[in-house]
Design a protein around this ligand. Structure first.
Ligand code: 0X9
Ligand code: ZN
Length: 423
C-alpha cells in the first residue's frame, strides 16, 4: 500500500511544471478517463493525484450513484497514470481520446443560422450580450434588464426579467456559474427566446403566468476566459493573495454551510476551491445581495450546470440529513425526468438529492437560496451528456438539449404549482 502512495507522489512530482498563461491553451491528445472506484484507497489515490498536479483535471468528482470519477489527463502523464491505475487496481475506460479534436469540432456550426443568433453553435460573451440587447429592443413591454453586479474583472453581470403583468410569482434562473459549461448559457438564451416567441400553449402559459428572472452568463470573467484562453476553465478569475493559482469555484463560495463536510477544497489550486472566506468572490456576493433584494418576489430557483443529466435537489452540504420537503422535491423531480424520458430523444435524467446521489458540495448557490432565503423549490440541473462529450457537447446537441429543458420545465413548474409552492 505504501508503495502505491509513494508512486502516486512521484507521479505528482514528475508533473510539477506549471502551465503558462499566454496563448489559447490546446488539449492535443488530452484524454478523459472514466475510473470505476471500488474502495476508499482508490478514491484517496485519485484525489491526491488530482489535487496536487495540474496535469490532471477532474471533470466529474466521485459520484455516489455511479461510483465513477471522470478525469482529463495530460498526454505527458499518460504512461505513469496508466501504471498507477494498474497498481491500484482501478478499472477504467477512455471516454474521450483527444479533447482538442472535440474542441475543434465544437467550432463548426451544425446548422444554417450561423450568421444570426441561434442554437446551432456556441457564442462568446459579447455576442450573447448583443443578442440580449436586441431582445430588450424587440420586446420592451415585457422585458426589463437588471444588473446583478460587477465581476472581479469589472464586467457587468446582466439579467433579463420577463413579465406579463404585476403581482406574478417569480422563478429565478442562474446559468454558467461554471465557465466551461457552455451548454448552460445556450440553454438559457433558448429558454428566454421561447418564452418570448413560442406559440405553444404550454410555453405561453409558462411565460405569462410567472415573472422570469434569468441570468444567462453569471460567471462572466470565467466564461470569457474559457473562450479566449482555456476551454476547460471552471472557476472565477480573481487571483489568490498568496498562491499563484487563480479563481474560486463560485458554486462553493456561498455562505451556507461553507466548507462543511469536505464539500469544497481549501486548496486555491483545486477546481472546487471554496475561497478564503465565504463570499470572497464579488460575483457570488453580488448575486446573494441581488437575491435578497428580490426575495419576496420569487419561489423557485434553478441553477444550470453540465454534465451528467441530473436534476439535483438540496442538500448539497450533507448526506446525513434530508430536507423536510424531500418527498415533494422528488415528486417534482420525477415529473421533470419523466417528461424528458417520454420525448423522442429518450434521454434519461436521474433525480435525487445532491449529496446522496452525486457528492457533498457545500456553499452552492442552490443551497444558499434553499437554506438562507428559505426557497423550498431549488434545483441544480446538470444537462447533457453523461461523458461521451462532457463539457464539449457538440453544437448539434444544443437544440435537443434545449427542447428537453423546455419540456422538463413545463412539467416541473406544473407540479410545483400543484403542490402549492408557486401560484
Ligand atoms: O459540483 C458542482 O458544483 C455541480 N456539478 S458540476 O459538475 N457542474 O460542477 C453540482 C452542484 C450541486 N448542487 C448543490 N450543491 N446544491
Ligand atoms: Zn457546474
Amino acid at each position: 500500500m505504501r508503495f502505491i502512495w509513494l508512486f502516486a507522489s512521484l507521479v505528482v512530482l514528475a508533473s510539477a511544471a506549471t502551465i503558462k498563461d499566454t496563448a489559447k491553451l490546446r488539449f492535443d491528445n488530452h484524454s478523459v478517463f472514466k475510473l470505476k472506484i471500488s474502495n476508499k484507497l482508490q478514491l484517496a489515490i485519485v484525489n491526491k493525484l488530482c489535487s496536487l498536479s495540474e496535469k490532471y483535471d477532474i471533470w466529474k468528482d466521485y459520484e455516489e450513484y455511479s461510483k465513477e470519477v471522470h478525469v482529463m489527463v495530460n498526454p505527458a502523464e499518460l504512461n505513469r497514470f496508466q501504471i498507477l491505475l494498474k497498481l491500484a487496481g482501478i478499472s477504467n475506460e477512455v471516454l474521450i481520446p483527444n479533447v482538442q479534436k472535440l474542441i475543434d469540432d465544437e467550432q463548426v456550426p451544425s446548422g444554417r443560422d450561423s450568421s444570426t443568433f441561434g442554437w446551432t453553435r456556441y457564442y462568446e460573451l459579447d455576442e450573447i450580450e448583443a443578442w440580449l440587447d436586441s431582445i430588450f429592443a424587440a420586446y420592451p413591454s415585457v422585458t426589463e434588464e437588471f444588473t446583478v453586479g460587477q465581476s472581479y474583472e469589472g464586467r457587468r453581470i446582466r439579467g433579463i426579467k420577463i413579465s406579463h403583468g404585476t403581482n406574478k410569482r417569480g422563478i429565478f434562473i442562474e446559468s454558467n456559474i461554471h465557465a466551461r459549461e457552455w451548454i448552460t448559457s445556450a440553454s438559457a438564451t433558448y429558454f428566454i427566446n421561447e418564452l418570448l416567441t413560442s406559440q405553444d400553449t404550454e410555453v405561453r402559459n409558462l411565460a405569462e403566468s410567472y415573472d422570469w428572472y434569468i441570468v444567462p452568463v453569471f460567471n462572466v470573467d470565467g466564461f470569457e476566459y474559457s473562450h479566449t484562453k482555456n476551454r476547460m476553465w471552471r472557476k472565477t478569475r480573481q487571483p489568490h493573495a498568496t498562491n499563484s493559482c487563480i479563481g474560486v469555484d463560485g458554486n462553493r463560495n456561498f455562505d451556507s454551510h461553507w466548507m462543511e463536510n469536505n464539500g469544497a477544497s481549501d486548496n486555491p489550486c483545486s477546481e472546487t476551491f471554496a475561497g478564503d472566506v465565504a463570499f470572497s468572490e464579488p460575483e457570488a456576493k453580488a448575486l446573494s445581495e441581488y437575491l435578497i433584494s428580490i426575495q419576496d418576489k420569487f419561489d423557485v430557483y434553478l441553477s444550470f450546470h453540465s454534465y451528467g443529466q441530473w436534476l439535483l435537489s438540496p442538500y448539497g452540504h450533507s448526506a446525513e440529513e434530508l430536507p423536510e420537503n424531500y418527498d415533494d422535491l422528488q415528486e417534482i423531480g420525477t415529473a421533470f425526468v419523466d417528461a424528458i424520458q417520454n420525448m423522442v430523444y429518450g434521454t434519461t435524467y436521474v433525480r435525487g438529492s445532491t449529496a446522496t446521489t452525486l457528492y457533498v458540495a457545500s456553499g452552492s448557490s442552490v443551497d444558499w437560496v434553499f437554506n438562507e432565503l428559505d426557497k423550498k423549490v431549488a434545483y441544480t440541473i446538470e444537462y447533457r451528456d453523461t461523458g461521451r462529450y462532457g463539457f464539449v457537447l457538440p453544437p448539434a446537441q444544443i437544440k435537443p438539449n434545449c427542447e428537453e429543458l423546455m419540456t422538463g420545465m413545463i412539467a416541473l413548474i406544473k407540479k410545483t404549482n400543484e403542490l402549492g409552492y408557486i401560484v
